[in-house]
Ligand binder design. Sequence first.
Ligand code: ADP
Ligand code: ADP
Length: 241
Amino acid sequence: SPIVRAVDIRKRYGGVRALDGVSLTVNAGEVFGIIGPNGAGKSTLFDILCGITKPTSGSIEVLGHDVGQMSPHLVARAGVGRTFQRTAVFGEATVYDNLLFGRHMEFRHSVVGRMFASRTWRTEQKQFEDKAEYVLTLSGLQEDRDRVASVLAYGVQRRLAVAVALMSDPKILFLDEPAAGMNGRETADFIALIETIAPGRTVVIVEHDMTVIKALCSRVLVVVDGHPVTIDAPGEVFKHP
Ligand code: ADP
Ligand code: ADP
């Protein structure tokens, strides 16, 4: 069954119809793209799919959860990872600390974390550290591990944002304009990273950079003016502009 099933999603901001009846399914293992002009409703759709924004109407199920009714925190715990349009890494912290920080916060804020922090801390710490080593290697950030994030090239910071999301081992990863502001080399590195991490996961990408969409996506949704125009393979979508 599909990993994402959205049916007739509508979202209004006052009189603005940001989304006007968008339905889509994303299958397990798929890299799914969302494209469209500025103001089309892509960010709104992205936020609704990740449970950050609630739709005005329509149903949205991700990994079997009704994310239209869940708090963003619960959505994250259900195995949904995401990056944000702006990098959202901690500039003053090192790459390594950025990786550990999110997991620390998640654990400390959890019921289990609060009750058993002192007892389980060391075990948890070891697990986070092992995971961080794995993610550093996976995302090609080993050489940058002790560098403060703010000194990294923009493209590397974006890669770090993906790495932070990978720390919670998401079953589905939502990427909001991941290649924005990247140069050609950084974009190529980024495509390679997603190709590495995509197997065994499902990925949804909102992106302006068509190189990224063509290289990675099995299907693309084109949104214009809050309406879904087409959902098809990139080759078909770009054949009929
Ligand atoms: P895109 O990501 O494709 O550029 P958005 O989802 O950001 O499109 O916006 C879709 C429409 O909804 C636009 O008309 C935008 O102005 C409007 N919109 C988005 N967010 C809000 C908001 N928080 N309040 C009011 N209008 C919004
Ligand atoms: P429940 O869901 O019943 O509250 P869980 O044992 O499933 O209990 O987890 C509670 C919280 O503890 C979750 O937010 C989960 O992320 C966190 N948690 C549990 N084990 C770990 C772990 N090894 N690493 C990180 N967070 C953990």
